[in-house]
Ligand binder design. Structure first.
Ligand code: ADP
Ligand code: NA
Length: 327
């Protein structure tokens, strides 16, 4: 019984927060037995905006360490850095000869990032072609993405079908796996915005590397709603509802049970307990993260091993591609 292959591309960003963890990373960790996962840290995509080379390398390593500390298991899943497998750029060029300028220009993400400017980098335009190459190299059946990436997977499908029709069956045509609007963790300072690393206020998020004291302080300072009741009501009590969601996701205690537990108790007690729940549940992850950070060579070794396994699959696919395209 073969597990369906799933390709996940992850931008190498620092400052991973509990929104990323509860909304994405933790689910990847839990699905490792159900799927044949390829986790790719997409540094070539990250190059499409100005960056500092040393910082990019550090972010690659940091994200890999976080994923490993969270439980991505290199024995069950492939974890590697995109630029370590050169087939990605090679296939991107070939797929780029099949994609049209019109369809790339019409991508919502391109329109948003370019804002109609002639000075926008061509890499921003070409971004979804590289993404298509990432996915098609591995015969991925499923690509878990948010609603905003659906269009890029549509393009991947179109290009794969175009290639197959032109040169013969070569690529699996993947499906987007759009998760139901799952747990969306909101900012601790403004529950109408999602928790995000791009929020300028560091008190709006809890990062996975935050110390217990920082976590306690941020939860203490989290905004609350009027009234005193601990009740889940996203309309009337968005801040408390967000804190209840975080409490529930870390502790596995159902929200109605939490509501019951805090009847007649104020926000203070609730927040104190919540902080301890977060501290306690992040502790093992943080300990592994510290261990991995103390031995970057081990993380690099795991990434190189992942790249070797990825390359084996990608090289076989590229051999076929070169063969049918006359290269
Ligand atoms: P950020 O908004 O911090 O830049 P990304 O856009 O890089 O986060 O998202 C990385 C992953 O984490 C995606 O799978 C995204 O759906 C998930 N994610 C990001 N923020 C949240 C959040 N506040 N709640 C739940 N999931 C989130
Ligand atoms: Na983002």
């Amino acid at each position: 019984q073969q597990r369906p292959r799933v390709f996940s591309g992850i931008q190498p960003t620092g400052g991973i927060h509990i929104g990323n963890y509860l909304g994405a990373i933790r689910n990847w960790v839990r699905q490792q037995d159900d799927y044949d996962n390829v986790f790719c840290i997409v540094d070539l995509h990250a190059m499409t905006i100005p960056y500092d080379p040393a910082d990019l390398r550090a972010r690659n390593l940091e994200l890999a360490s976080v994923l490993l500390a969270a439980g991505i298991d290199p024995a069950r899943s492939i974890l590697f850095i995109q630029s370590d497998v050169r087939e990605h750029t090679e296939l991107a060029w070939i797929l780029g000869t099949l994609a049209t300028y019109g369809e790339l220009r019409r991508m919502t993400q391109f329109k948003e990032k370019s804002k109609g400017s002639e000075r926008v980098g061509a890499g921003i335009l070409f971004y979804p072609v590289l993404q298509a190459a990432d996915i098609l190299l591995y015969d991925a059946a499923l690509v878990p993405v948010g609603e905003d990436q659906k269009q890029h997977i549509e393009l991947t499908r179109d290009v794969a079908i175009r290639f197959n029709n032109t040169f013969g069956e070569t690529f699996v045509v993947p499906d987007a796996d759009i998760k139901e609007a799952g747990a969306r963790i909101m900012s601790l300072q403004d529950p109408t915005k999602k928790m995000s690393k791009s929020d300028p206020d560091p008190n709006s998020r809890i990062e996975l590397r935050d110390s217990p004291d920082v976590i306690r302080r941020k939860i203490r300072r989290a905004v609350t709603d009027s009234g005193t009741e601990i009740r889940f009501d996203e309309e009337g009590k968005p801040a408390i509802s967000n804190l209840l969601t975080i409490y529930h996701l870390f502790s596995d205690i159902p929200i109605p049970e939490l509501e019951e537990r805090y009847v007649g108790k104020g926000y203070g007690t609730f927040k104190q307990d919540l902080a301890e729940v977060i501290v306690e549940h992040l502790a093992p992850l943080q300990q592994r993260l510290d261990e991995l950070s103390a031995q970057p060579a081990e993380v690099v070794r795991i990434l190189h091993e992942g790249a070797a396994r990825a390359r084996e699959i990608a090289a076989a696919k590229m051999e076929r591609v070169r063969d049918v395209t006359g290269l």
